[in-house]
Design a protein around this ligand. Structure first.
Ligand code: SF4
Ligand code: SF4
Length: 337
């Protein structure tokens, strides 16, 4: 069995969790079907967020009357204590529960602390005393904030991007987290859609002790790939290791993770897609990206103001305008073929 204890929380969960962002994009019926299939397959950790439109409502609909069978995590993007309390009440109502197991500050630009002027941590503590949340946690895309959260000793879990493309810094963060007795929840285990085989990604995660990946699921075939590693994760085969080595060779270094934290762009450029267009063309179906729509979107790069707002906000330190230019050039070469 691949049941593990989530950090120091004492929560026993299946190692592979379910990321509830993509179920926004499917019907209620399809979302409920996927959530039930995941639960029947052994997954019991479900991670949503207040700003994933109707995701919490769909989770609430799926697990009505089954609260004791699932561990529910959600997030608030509030920046003040008052806003957080409002978000929490909405989340409880949508999820159809009177408590949330893991309540996470959703990618705050700083590490909330007790007594902070923002009032976030104090509001979470109050909710914890009232029994509305069990554990206070944090998600982030910024290494600095994530490290501060681990060192603060204030958080039960950290959620951070982590996949088999991870670098040394992310690996160190995992180790610091586990040493501090915190749970590590891995988001973007498929590197924002760049990795293609969910079974290989899940099998690799199986070899990372203490790490709980939350797999974003929109289609049943994606879910089936992850469920093939539940409850027992098969060991990586030589073929799997070759896939990982090939992906690492192709994708290591400066590439856009599609997180979108550099947006909005004053020139209206869809940076999180356009800055990795070359990769999408190589790794996905070309015809999906050579459309009239994407040609218009790529043309917007010509209007880049070089204001560098994007690179200043990029948590991966990318030179975003240069990346856009490179992808622009690559894109049009596809029409010369
Ligand atoms: S540098 Fe260009 S792409 Fe980046 S935010 Fe400014 S206008 Fe947008
Ligand atoms: S350029 Fe950086 S911040 Fe913007 S989407 Fe890509 S990885 Fe995220």
């Amino acid at each position: 069995m691949s049941t593990i204890t989530l950090g120091g929380t004492g929560l026993r969960i299946e190692k592979n969790g379910f990321g509830c962002l993509p179920i926004q994009r499917v019907s209620v019926q399809q979302a409920v079907y996927l959530l039930h299939k995941a639960l029947d397959g052994g997954i019991n950790y479900f991670d949503s967020a207040r700003n994933y439109t109707d995701s919490e409502e769909k989770v609430g609909r799926a697990f009505r009357g089954m609260r004791d069978k699932v561990v529910l995590a959600t997030k608030s993007h509030a920046l003040t204590g008052a806003e957080l309390k409002k978000h929490l009440e909405e989340s409880l109502r949508c999820l159809g529960t009177d408590y949330i197991d893991v309540y996470q500050f959703h990618n705050p630009p700083f590490c909330p602390r007790p007594g902070g002027e923002d009032g976030l941590y104090d509001a979470a503590l109050e909710a914890q005393r009232e029994g509305k949340i069990r554990f206070i946690s944090l998600t982030n895309h910024r290494l600095g904030v994530a490290r501060e959260a681990v060192e603060s000793g204030l958080y039960a879990t950290l959620q951070f991007p982590y996949s088999y493309l991870r670098g040394e810094q992310e690996q160190e963060l995992v180790e610091q987290c586990l040493a501090a007795g915190m749970g590590f929840i891995a988001m973007k285990g498929m590197a924002g859609g760049l990795l293609r085989d969910g079974r290989v990604a899940a099998a690799w995660m199986g070899e990372q002790p203490g790490v709980v990946p939350i797999w974003g699921v929109q289609k049943e075939e994606e879910l089936d790939q992850f469920l093939s590693c539940v409850p027992d994760t098969p060991p990586l085969t030589d073929g799997d290791r070759a896939v990982i080595a090939r992906d690492r060779a192709e994708l290591t270094g400066e590439f856009c993770r599609s997180c979108g934290y550099c947006m909005p762009c004053p020139a209206g450029i869809q940076i999180n897609q356009c800055a990795r267009m070359g990769l999408m063309l190589r790794r996905m179906r070309e015809e999906d990206y050579l459309t009239e729509y994407w040609q218009q979107e790529m043309k917007k790069i010509e209007g880049c103001l070089h204001c560098n707002q994007c690179s200043a906000k990029c948590p991966y330190g990318l030179d975003t305008p240069r990346l856009l230019e490179d992808n622009y050039k690559t894109y049009w070469t596809y029409f010369e073929k």
